[in-house]
Write a protein that binds this ligand. Structure first.
Ligand SMILES: Nc1ncnc2c1ncn2[C@@H]1O[C@H](COP(=O)(O)OP(=O)(O)OP(=O)(O)O)[C@@H](O)[C@H]1O
Ligand SMILES: [Mg+2]
Length: 240
């Protein structure tokens, strides 16, 4: 069957706090195909994180349909949603979210423990993933012994651990200097070249130029959805 990785029809999200209800998403349609690299931009408060939480199966829509790999996930229980999340989605956060007492290798191997992968396979795969993001020499370092850019590369390797259908990133370069930003965006770009599906939220128009498709949210609606025919290619970075 040839379906979208993501097929969203008319989703809304209203937060209810006691008597107060706050409608945030007002009816969003979005289809994402395998290999799309989608940026989501929009002003503060436009609903980007609310939407990402739903896309990432951390939250459910109030109404509407969300099919992930052809399966309806809008109506799953918390446990079912957690299962789908662990299997289908790799997350990269602005603040890295690495476990401070685990080495780079152990951080990358961790999601594979939850997925029931044996130790030898976990360690081999974690090592290969770290090498692929240029950290082959840093596998035994703790997060505190790594730079911000290196930490984020560990987080990207971790996101790939269970070979997810989609990589989701919420402001992944928000805490990085300009060189590390280019390093990290180069990795997203090479994941795109490998045919990975990527959804990335950003405030920075420059970051959105790396994506193949640019979506803009405003006041809980998608107001723009355009192909980017001029994607930023992999950039050279000089490391001193
Ligand atoms: N738990 C909640 N309860 C009530 N309202 C909420 C809740 N979470 C978010 N909101 C409201 O929903 C709207 C959208 O918030 P959201 O965090 O999705 O915006 P955003 O686009 O990610 O903004 P930013 O760029 O600042 O991160 C805001 O008006 C916010 O106040
Ligand atoms: Mg946000």
């Amino acid at each position: 069957m040839n379906h979208s990785v993501i097929d969203i029809q008319g989703i809304t999200r209203t937060y209810v706090n006691g008597k107060l209800s706050v409608p945030v998403l007002h009816g969003i349609d979005l289809q994402v195909h395998k290999g799309d690299f989608v940026s989501i931009m929009g002003p503060s408060g436009s609903g980007k994180s609310t939407f990402m939480n739903i896309l990432g199966c951390l939250d459910r829509p109030t109404t509407g349909s969300y099919k992930l790999n052809g399966n309806e996930v809008a109506t799953l229980t918390d446990d079912e949603l957690a299962y789908v999340r662990n299997k289908e989605i790799g997350f990269v956060f602005q603040s890295f979210n690495l476990l401070t007492k685990l080495t780079a290798l152990e951080n990358v191997a961790l999601p594979m423990i939850y997925a029931g992968v044996d130790k030898k396979t976990r360690n081999e795969r974690a090592a290969a993933l770290l090498s692929s993001v240029g950290l082959g020499e840093r596998m035994d370092h703790l997060p505190a012994e790594l730079s911000g850019g290196q930490r984020q590369r560990v987080a990207i390797a971790r996101a790939l651990a269970n070979d997810p259908a989609i990589i989701m990133a919420d402001e992944p370069t928000g805490n990085l200097d300009s060189k590390s930003t280019i390093d990290v965006m180069n990795i997203f770009r090479s994941l795109y070249d490998q045919g990975r599906t990527i959804i990335l939220v950003t405030h920075e128009p420059e970051i959105a130029t790396y994506a193949s498709r640019n979506v803009v949210l405003r006041d809980g609606y998608i107001v723009e959805d355009k192909a980017n025919l001029n994607m930023t290619p992999v950039q050279e970075v000089e490391h001193v």
